[in-house]
Design a protein around this ligand. Structure first.
Ligand SMILES: *[C@@H]1O[C@H](CO)[C@@H](O)[C@H](O)[C@H]1NC(C)=O
Ligand SMILES: *[C@@H]1O[C@H](CO)[C@@H](O)[C@H](O)[C@H]1NC(C)=O
Ligand SMILES: *[C@@H]1O[C@H](CO)[C@@H](O)[C@H](O)[C@H]1NC(C)=O
Ligand SMILES: *[C@@H]1O[C@H](CO)[C@@H](O)[C@H](O)[C@H]1NC(C)=O
Ligand SMILES: *[C@@H]1O[C@H](CO)[C@@H](O)[C@H](O)[C@H]1NC(C)=O
Ligand SMILES: *[C@@H]1O[C@H](CO)[C@@H](O)[C@H](O)[C@H]1NC(C)=O
Ligand SMILES: *[C@@H]1O[C@H](CO)[C@@H](O)[C@H](O)[C@H]1NC(C)=O
Ligand SMILES: *[C@@H]1O[C@H](CO)[C@@H](O)[C@H](O)[C@H]1NC(C)=O
Length: 488
């Protein structure tokens, strides 16, 4: 009651005669013809004794229900009186639309529905085929749904954790799955887990925590993931000590309806990643990839399309290879303040190979060389996931993807096609390189999508270590504090 009074008092559009509170619809119901919006909880049930035609007439002017519509236990065969209703707001205590136990119902028309804030419930209508309403239900309710046990349900669903024995009745042949797939602790038995093999789309997030899983191969046919507005994370893997591989070999799209949704990976010590998965994540609409420690890439023997990558010595690399898996390291280990007597010479042939690369899954570290200029004209994306220890004992944190350090003769750098850097780019102690903010900005501006993956990521061109001779182009997500140096 309080809610209705509140709505009434803040919304002058509603006059008292459109407010019905809890209303059991019967033949004597009537809605004033000037109420296109009615407020209340409207129930049509076995006591209503109304035909669809009578309901059509009763609801003909109604475009919005501020509250709840329930159609329960009727003998109706078709429900079309709902066809012009655009909004059913719902009620925080209840579903917006509830259609239950209508044994003869075969069809429903809610084709004008555009908005609802609450859940939909359509259950136990054994003859109701929802096929023609699937796209409306998807658009309006997405995964806020309890739809089951009708003749056609528009997908199957998970409500709550995917946990034995609750998921005993999870259906076979589920192709489109609504709801968050969350496994915590031991996974359900093999027979049940592998019912997920048929799933190609998940409208919800994926979360695996402290499981005993070694692979996510039971999702090997999964193509698309799209999480809902409330999904803080769309893909989360935490403390899966036995997980070795994801084996999501058909996955091609990861999205979220929440622009701030992240991917999070923590403490999956045995896990290695397929570079294609990392690239997919980075190109997804997720805000950022969070992980406290590094993550290894799988070796070529453990990834999906090994022949599209090259790895190992640049000198033995094929001339047409554009995707490199591994770290490219040239270093003599010289200190930042030492004289660089034995500057490393990178063979021209290696330079050419490096310059043909478009995608690097690993890092590039150029330290103590005699290079005068350095350009990677074709490089578009570089993703470093793990920490790197160089042959001379330096350790780089996983977030440095591209490092140029103590190259005394270096005067020019350019990466004209670089679009994604996961995560940071470090230029330090290259004595002759004028590393001012202009250079930093030039680099940062040429990278359209940054390490923290997000079109509007900020960058921080901190000058550090050696004044004016070092920059760190640090790409951070919008949520992290970052300093820009555009003078404002
Ligand atoms: C509808 O008409 C009644 C009677 O004329 C009037 O009191 C009421 O304010 C009107 N309601 C709306 C929503 O215009
Ligand atoms: C339905 O809700 C939308 C969004 O809140 C609003 O723009 C529209 O006017 C509403 N329609 C009706 C008939 O109230
Ligand atoms: C629908 O039927 C089931 C099983 O008979 C019953 O438990 C449930 O209360 C009914 N729901 C409604 C809304 O009447
Ligand atoms: C639902 O009703 C609308 C409006 O009358 C109509 O155009 C549409 O074809 C109906 N949809 C179905 C599936 O019957
Ligand atoms: C499915 O619906 C039928 C008919 O309404 C009902 O008898 C049965 O109990 C329902 N099953 C479940 C699992 O709800
Ligand atoms: C330079 O390289 C030569 C040959 O590898 C080595 O003997 C010498 O110690 C190096 N000098 C310095 C300062 O590292
Ligand atoms: C240096 O510049 C020359 C001429 O522009 C180019 O051919 C060469 O590949 C560059 N070297 C590096 C290491 O980028
Ligand atoms: C910088 O460049 C000059 C020539 O342009 C060269 O003589 C010098 O050795 C380079 N390195 C340093 C540290 O100045």
């Amino acid at each position: 009651m309080l809610l209705f009074i509140l709505l009434f008092s803040i919304n002058p559009v509603f006059s008292e005669n459109c407010i019905f509170n809890v209303h059991y619809v019967t033949q004597s119901s009537s809605f004033p013809s000037n109420c296109s919006q009615i407020i209340g909880r409207f129930r049509i049930d076995e006591n209503s004794q109304m035909t669809n035609d009578q309901l059509n007439n009763l609801f003909k002017n109604i475009r919005e229900i501020r509250g709840v519509l329930q159609i329960w236990n009727t003998q109706m065969t078709t429900v079309t009186f709902t066809k012009s209703i655009q909004n059913i707001t719902g009620d925080p205590l209840d579903r917006g639309l509830s259609i239950m136990n209508n044994t003869k119902l075969t069809s429903l028309n809610i084709s004008s529905l555009m908005n609802s804030n609450e859940k939909v419930e359509i259950q136990n209508n054994p003859n109701l085929n929802l096929q023609k309403m699937c796209s409306v239900i998807h658009d309006v309710f997405f995964n806020r749904r309890f739809i089951s046990n009708n003749s056609f349900d528009c997908g199957c669903e998970i409500n709550g954790p995917f946990k034995w024995p609750k998921v005993k009745t999870f259906p076979e042949n589920c192709v489109v799955l609504y709801g968050n797939l969350k496994i915590q602790g031991n996974a359900p038995p093999f027979e049940v887990l592998y019912r997920l093999l048929t799933v190609t789309k998940i409208y919800g997030s994926l979360e695996f925590e402290s499981t005993n899983l070694e692979t996510l191969g039971f999702l090997q046919n999964l193509q698309d993931i799209e999480s809902g507005e409330d999904a803080e994370t769309t893909f989360r893997l935490d403390s899966n000590w036995y997980l070795r591989r994801l084996d999501l070999i058909k996955l091609q799209s990861i999205k979220s309806r929440n622009p701030d949704s992240d991917a999070r990976f923590f403490q999956n010590d045995e896990l290695c990643l397929d570079p294609a998965f990392v690239q997919l994540l980075a190109r997804s609409s997720l805000r950022k990839i969070e992980s406290n420690s590094g993550m290894e890439y799988c070796g070529l023997d453990k990834i999906n399309n090994p022949s599209t990558y090259c790895t190992g010595k640049l000198s033995s690399m094929n001339d047409r290879c554009i995707r490199y898996l591994g770290n490219i390291i040239y270093t003599n280990g010289v200190g930042d303040y030492s004289e660089n007597i034995n500057a490393t010479k990178i063979p021209q042939a290696d330079i050419k190979k490096m310059q043909q690369l478009e995608f690097v899954f690993g890092g590039i570290y150029i330290h103590g060389t005699a290079l005068t200029n350095f350009s990677l004209p074709n490089l578009e994306e570089i993703y470093q996931m793990a920490a790197v220890r160089t042959p001379t004992g330096d350790r780089f944190e996983p977030w440095y993807a591209l490092v140029l350090r103590k190259n005394d003769y270096l005067t020019e750098v350019s990466f004209p096609n670089l679009k994604m850097v996961f995560r940071d780019l470090l230029l330090v102690a290259n004595a002759n390189l004028t590393t001012d903010n202009d250079l930093c900005r030039k680099i940062a501006n040429s990278v359209r999508v940054h390490g923290a993956i997000g079109m509007n990521s900020l960058y921080d061109c901190s000058l550090f270590f050696i004044e004016k001779k070092s920059i760190r182009v640090l790409f951070t997500g919008p949520s992290l504090p970052a300093v820009t140096t555009d003078g404002s």
